[in-house]
Design a protein around this ligand. Structure first.
Ligand code: NAD
Ligand code: SAH
Length: 413
């Protein structure tokens, strides 16, 4: 590789690959078996070193790939440069505006995909609304994240979804590790890189106590913060309470928080009425979906002045009475903008499930009906088994007697 940017990207991809033994092994298997020979794939994923390792495995399997970013701010430009050299058609650059972001997705779709990989349902949405001429050629695809799967299920319920989509997010090996430990660690990483704030002794308000929220709350507590949780689901709220977190409505949490993190997949979770109640210096970060969880428009309207870039990925909004609120990453995913996204070791599992799901969709007799499909159960188990083996961890196996016991009702106590 002859350019410095691409070389930096290559080093970064190599570093990520070291922590991705399962995906690397799949890449080796794909190189021998070529299960994706000639298959055209359009992907809309964060353009990171971990995604590059996935692209490498799919290329090894014989696929032709066009890649667009799934977020206007998350692209690692050095990785994009290196990927282009691997023969992936990359349409992504960090810091693009909304229009360019969507143009890039259209450009990726120009490959006329047989398989699509999505992260938030933007690509599938464009296919079904603006690029309908391509729909007949699509065999199926995979969705990486919670909100994407929710949207696909809505499309399926309305009979609008025209091909099968595999809900990679819903595998245990994705949700339990990527959403929880990945989001937990990388979100705190993003907040610290952006602000260098001391979290010990601070009050961190976590909005949403789902898979991601649980991870963020755990890591914030581990850093010495007092954690307050907001929820709309009584069961999740109770869970948070029994785990020792304080639970309040956002209106109650707003005046208390030093740092706010939204991870709900919902819109307007932090609104004008909350913003006006916040302390001077409150930090606002989103690790949920797109840029809708914090009402940035309300923040703009309330501000008398906005100082952009007071720190990397940090904009300061000055309210009428002089209080300053700090918005990180323009309200977009803080962990993928201000930090590098999840560590490679967790993306190893999510992206191995992606690679196996793509191979499953490409297999000849498999023609699942249009709709949302679970990743085949054996994929989850295979990914976990390979991950354990790579870590040198052994587990017990059921004895024949135990197997029979678990499947019988006759034994009594
Ligand atoms: P989840 O469904 O497990 O959790 C979301 C939680 O938010 C639920 O418990 C829900 O009751 C709660 N909620 C909804 N509206 C709320 C509101 N107004 N106030 C408070 N709580 C509210 O979903 P998840 O897997 O945790 O994902 C959450 C979001 O994060 C999704 O948009 C997902 O796509 C995204 N995500 C981001 C990353 C990342 O890297 N930053 C990783 C995985 C998922
Ligand atoms: N595209 C939407 C939704 C993204 S949700 C948006 O940008 O708002 C975040 C998804 O990013 C998660 O499901 C997770 O699997 C993925 N992700 C997290 N870290 C990543 C990394 N290092 N590389 C690639 N994808 C990553």
């Amino acid at each position: 590789m002859d350019n410095a940017l691409g070389q930096a990207g290559e080093r970064r991809i190599g570093w990520a690959a070291r922590a991705m033994p399962v995906l690397t092994a799949l890449g080796t298997r794909f190189a021998a078996e070529r299960p994706l020979e000639g298959l055209r794939i359009a992907a809309c994923l964060h353009v990171t070193a971990e995604t590059a390792v996935l692209m490498g495995a799919l290329r090894a399997g014989g696929a032709e790939i066009a890649l667009a970013a799934s977020n206007p701010l998350s692209t690692q430009d050095d990785v994009a440069a290196a990927l282009a050299d691997y023969g992936v058609a990359v349409h992504a650059r960090a810091g693009v505006d909304r229009e360019t972001y969507y143009r890039h997705i259209h450009q990726a779709l120009d490959i006329a995909p047989e398989i699509v990989l999505d992260d938030g349902c933007d690509l599938v949405n464009i296919l079904h609304t603006e690029r309908t001429e391509l729909l007949d050629g699509v065999l199926g695809g995979c969705e990486e994240t919670t909100t994407g799967v929710i949207r696909l299920r809505q499309m399926a319920a309305e009979k609008a979804l025209r091909f099968p989509m595999v809900a990679v997010n819903d595998t245990r090996t994705k949700r339990m590790f990527d959403n929880r430990y990945g989001t937990g660690q990388s979100t705190m990483d993003g907040i610290m890189r952006a602000t260098n704030t001391l979290l010990a002794g601070k009050t961190v308000v976590v909005a949403g106590f789902g898979y991601c929220g649980r991870g963020v709350a755990e890591r914030a507590r581990g850093l010495g913060a007092r954690v307050v949780v907001t929820e709309i689901d009584p069961v999740k709220a109770l869970d948070a309470s029994l785990q020792g977190y304080e639970v309040r409505p956002m209106a109650g949490a707003a005046p208390e928080g030093d740092v706010f993190v939204t991870v709900t997949g919902n819109r307007d979770v932090i609104r004008g009425e909350h913003l006006v109640a916040m302390k001077d210096g409150a930090i606002l970060a989103n690790a949920g979906h797109f840029d809708v969880e914090i009402d940035v428009r309300a923040l703009d309207e309330l501000a008398q002045a906005v100082h952009r870039g007071v720190r990397p990925n940090t904009d300061e909004y000055v309210l009428a009475d002089g209080r300053r609120l700090l918005l990180l990453a323009e309200g977009r995913l803080v962990n993928l903008t201000a930090a590098e996204g999840h560590p490679a070791a967790v993306m190893d599992m999510s992206f191995s499930a992606q690679a196996l799901a793509v191979a499953w969709l490409a297999r000849d007799p498999v023609r699942p009906a249009p709709g949302v499909h679970d990743v085949p159960g054996e994929v989850d188990v295979e990914v976990a088994r390979l991950k354990l083996a790579a870590a040198g961890i052994e587990v017990d196996e059921l004895t024949g007697e135990q197997e029979r016991y678990l499947h019988s009702w006759r034994a009594g106590s």
